[in-house]
Structures are given as C-alpha cells and as structure tokens.
Design a protein around this ligand. Structure first.
Ligand code: ATP
Ligand code: MG
Length: 380
C-alpha cells in the first residue's frame, strides 16, 4: 500500500477554472488546503483557494513553486506545458502524471495510443501538410471533422469538411502543425464514463452519462443515462480498461460516440473532472470532485451508487448577453429539485460556460424534463 496524503495537507491544482474551483471546494470539505496555478488573476478557483500563483501553463518556475507548496499536485486542464509538468514531478507527486498528459494533450498521439491498445475508434488519419490532409480526406471518402491536434475545447479548433476539396480551407482555418481528420459519424447519441483510480490501483466507475451537444458544445447530460444496460456496461468496461492501460491516477473521463449502426467508439479522453459528470453532485453518493481528491490522495474511493437521478444543463454567456445582465435566477430557484452552480466569472461572452443547473427527480426521464423546464424559465 502506498502512503496516503492526509487531510490537512496542501493539494496543488494546475488550472483554476470552474473544474478547479469545484475540486478545491470538495478538497476543503475534506480538510485540505489548496494552491492553484492559473494565468487569470480572477479565475473561478481564485476565490476559494489559499494560494494562487498567476502564471502561464508553461511557466516552469511557477510550476516548481506550486509543487514546493504541495504534498500532491493534480490538474483540471490538459494544456499544461510538458516541461512544467516534469518540473512538478521532480518535487511532488503529480497525479495523473506527465506520461498520461503527453498522450492525452495531443489528439494525434491519443488516437495512436488508443489504436495501439486496440480500443474502438472511428476511421481517421493524421496530416502535417495541406497535401497530406487532402489525401487523408480522399481516403476517408466521407464528410469529416478536421481537428487541430493540440489546444481545442468546446468544439473550437475544428473544421467540418464536405469533400477533399475543402482541405485547403480547413488547413488555413486551423493553422495547426498537425491535424486529425475523422470520418463524420452518423451518431445515435453520445455518452461518457468517469473512472477514478487511486495510487494503489483501486478503481471506481460512475454510471454512464447520456450527453446532448449543440453546436459541438455539451448542452445537457443525464446521469444515469437512460441507456441500454448492456451498452452502458460495455462503455464502463472500456473506460476502466483505458484507465488501467494508460496507468492513470486520478480521474479519467472517456467520451463515447454511439453510431446508428450500434457501434461504441471512443471520441476522446480527459484525465480530470468532466462537464458531463457535474450531476454526480446530487446523483451519486460521492461527487466526481470528492472522488478526484480521494484518488490523488490515495484514500479509499467513495461509492458511485446512484442516490437520485440528475440532469445537468450548461449555462452559457449568451444568457447574460441576451438579458443585458444577470439572468432571472429566482425563477429557476423556485422549482423543486433544481440547484444552481455559478462559476464566479465576471466576463459573460457568447459560448462561454458561466455555470450549470442540476435537476434531480425520482427517474432520469423526469430529471431531464425538469432541467429542460428550468433552462426554459431563464430565457428572456
Ligand atoms: N467524428 C465526429 N463525428 C460526428 N460528430 C463529431 C465528430 N467529432 C466531433 N463531433 C461532435 O463535436 C463534439 C465536440 O467534439 P470533440 O469532443 O472532439 O471536441 P472538443 O473541442 O475536444 O470538445 P470538449 O473538449 O468540449 O469535449 C462532439 O461531442 C460531437 O458532438
Ligand atoms: Mg469532447
């Protein structure tokens, strides 16, 4: 058995966005102190941590400082420079480690690794020039999603092509060194599975979440997803196998595509808390954030048992822009079973995640209807 990092210790978090903020709040409930690193002086975590170093994600000195303050370091965002990650590792345990991050933060490496391990994926190819991209698109022979290998999120850094002739436009739009071109899949739906794994190698898997995207951004999720139980189990087994094969300590979310012809394919991995598991706060006996803390501190993992089905809907900055200020949250809070989570961001922009709603009900279908009603009541 490896040692635990006991309550009272300091946990360092690379990144201070909403996921870091909520992880910090859970860590505090367990009696930990928190230091974070984030370039934004007003990031969401800033207001709930003991120490915040304002620095870019590839600042090696700042990463060293964070590690020197911490008994263990974890992260809430993938795009941390490799040199900074390695600097942390020389001073404190980093969970998940730089090896996992090196694979996951590059879509091409991630797809190659998944392929080498035999995990199911859609057809795809890699390109590092416009000529190569045209050849890959010709070979795919379908509509495609062309994605920059590095740096995208919420559907940014992607270009949808109709034919191989769109290669030139896609290449110049993305301006990337390497791109991944994926066959545009005919999706029945999307789902995700969250796995926690502690230092001793114990794993706990949450129920599969059913996810609905609008314009490539997650719009709402239901937990547990109303899915064919066999499909959900298959996804859970794949997700656990991935967490073990990649030797991830901490959380690992696997996003899945389910195609109309019944295939389960891996979309992408995220070694951190995930938007589609915010519902764990009320759906499960342990939230994803508490589970992250338990995993990286090598504590026993919490139960992932479903307590009350919960649906989640994201609140985007559009709502603030359209209301010309704070949306009428009192309408939403008067609904039974509905809870509001805001990330403390001042600057509301269209497409920016500002918060989310959770709606709990006796069944997943009722929870979904309730979150829909809650979202609707906020519209201008
Ligand atoms: N090959 C594909 N076929 C069909 N739909 C796709 C494909 N690739 C992406 N999409 C759609 O776009 C969404 C976002 O894609 P992806 O997960 O690759 O982007 P992302 O920017 O990493 O998103 P995030 O980090 O927010 O999860 C997917 O959830 C899906 O709805
Ligand atoms: Mg995604």
């Amino acid at each position: 058995m490896s040692p635990i990092v006991p309550p009272g210790s300091t946990i360092g978090i690379l990144g201070g966005g909403q996921l870091g903020r909520m992880m910090a709040l859970s860590a505090r409930s367990l009696g930990y102190r928190i230091a974070c690193l984030d370039p934004d002086p007003h990031c969401g975590a800033h207001y709930v941590v003991e120490e915040h170093v304002v620095a870019s994600f590839d600042d090696v000195l700042a990463a060293e400082w964070l590690a020197s303050k911490s008994q263990v370091v974890t992260l809430e965002v993938e795009k941390i420079g490799l040199a900074a990650l390695e600097a942390v590792e020389r001073r404190a345990p980093l969970r998940p480690g730089s090896r996992v991050l090196a694979i996951v933060q590059d879509r091409a490496k991630q797809r190659s690794w998944l392929r080498s391990q035999g995990f199911p994926q859609g057809n795809h190819g890699f390109a590092s020039s416009v000529e190569e991209l045209a050849a890959v698109l010709t070979k795919l022979g379908t509509k495609a999603f062309v994605k920059a290998a590095r740096g995208g999120y919420d559907g940014r850094g992607q270009y949808e092509t109709q034919t191989a002739e769109d290669a030139t436009q896609a290449w110049s739009y993305l301006g990337a060194e390497v791109v991944v071109a994926e066959e545009a899949l005919d999706l029945e739906f999307e789902m995700s599975v969250m796995v926690a794994r502690n230092v001793d190698g114990h794993t706990a898997v949450f129920p599969a979440s059913y996810n609905h995207h609008v314009k490539r951004i997650l719009s709402w999720s239901v937990l547990p997803g109303t899915l064919d139980p066999k499909l959900a189990q298959q996804a859970q087994a794949i997700a656990v196998a991935i967490a073990e094969a990649i030797n991830c300590v901490g959380l690992l979310a696997t996003e899945f595509f389910v195609t109309r012809d019944g295939r389960i394919l891996v979309n992408e991995l995220a070694p951190r808390p995930h938007n589609s598991f915010h519902g764990t706060e009320t759906a499960c006996a342990t939230s994803q954030f508490e589970q992250a803390v338990r995993a990286v501190c090598n504590l026993p993992l919490g139960s992932t048992e479903v307590v009350r089905p919960t649906a989640m809907a994201n609140l985007l900055g559009d709502l603030w822009v359209d209301h010309g200020g704070v949306p009428p949250f009192e309408r939403l809070l008067s609904l039974r079973g509905v809870r509001l989570f805001l990330y403390g961001k001042d600057d509301a922009r269209r497409g920016r995640k500002m918060g989310h709603i959770l709606a709990s009900a006796p069944t997943a279908e009722e929870a979904r209807k309730l979150v829909e009603a809650a979202s609707r009541c906020l519209l201008p």
